[in-house]
Ligand binder design. Structure first.
Ligand code: DC
Length: 236
């Protein structure tokens, strides 16, 4: 790791507000933003195209092994590139953000061998220049010695409402109804919390933030306040 870099981890369940605040914190600190969930999503997305079943662990492992990821950002945007089996890097878009891929990624993430492969890649990426890592096990498994750890929570209803509003904006009439989104959020929580391999859990030394009654700015301010109190400054 670049000597002046450091790692901030932001873990928590779907819809807890991780992505929005992780990007803002990364921008503020001038650190790379590393979306570890996007890696599980991309593996699930490629697997759904190539495999007949997501239960073929050896085939999933092959896919994960032959994938590369790059996270880039500029003043306007955060971009994720992936490559598969030696192909050129391609830009990832909203194809990995569908409800189907959300569920499939949580499903494949239960597989410990697959997790080991992605965790290694996440550690390599984070070690280059530090970063703000968003995920489920960033502060417990990927970077247990991260300089600052956050764990965001919110009630399932609040999180489902956020997800629903997001899907409505993106998919319009194609968006699933609220009850379906709530059921999916609860199922995914259960899968992510109850799996044997690195279940989603707050690190003992994580700052736990309940975002239920907070808007984006209030969440950002809370995290920023903690970061500043601990003496961390934007990289110059
Ligand atoms: O953060 P997300 O919703 O994009 O993540 C999609 C799924 O990937 C999530 O349901 C569980 C899995 N995941 C994981 O197991 N570990 C991570 N570090 C990130 C995501």
């Amino acid at each position: 790791m670049n000597q002046r870099s450091f790692v901030v981890t932001i873990d928590g369940p779907a819809g807890s507000g991780k992505s929005t605040v992780a990007k803002r914190i990364a921008r503020y600190l001038r650190l790379p933003y590393i979306d570890t969930g996007a890696m599980y999503r991309t593996v699930a997305w490629v697997a759904l195209q190539k495999l007949k079943s997501l239960d073929d662990t050896a085939a999933l492992v092959d896919i994960a092994n032959s994938m590369g990821f790059r996270f880039e950002s500029d003043a306007h945007d955060f971009r994720i590139f992936y490559c598969y089996a030696g192909s050129e890097y391609k830009l990832l878009g909203t194809e990995i953000r569908s409800p189907e891929i959300s569920m499939a990624s949580s499903y494949v993430a239960q597989e410990s061998v697959l997790r080991e492969i992605l965790v290694k890649k996440q550690q390599e990426i984070g070690k280059m220049n530090g970063g703000v890592l968003e995920g489920r096990d960033a502060g417990t498994v990927i970077f247990p010695k991260a300089e600052i750890k956050f764990f965001l929570t919110a009630s399932a209803e609040v999180r489902a409402r956020r997800r629903y509003d997001e899907l409505l904006l993106r998919l319009g009439v194609e968006a699933p109804n609220f009850e379906k989104v709530l059921a999916d959020v609860k199922k995914r929580d259960q899968q992510d919390e109850e799996r044997e391999a690195s279940p989603m859990v707050a690190a003992k030394d994580a700052e736990i933030i309940d975002t239920s009654g907070l808007d984006e700015n209030a969440v950002f301010d809370k995290l920023l306040d903690i970061i500043k109190r601990r003496g961390f400054k934007p990289l110059g």
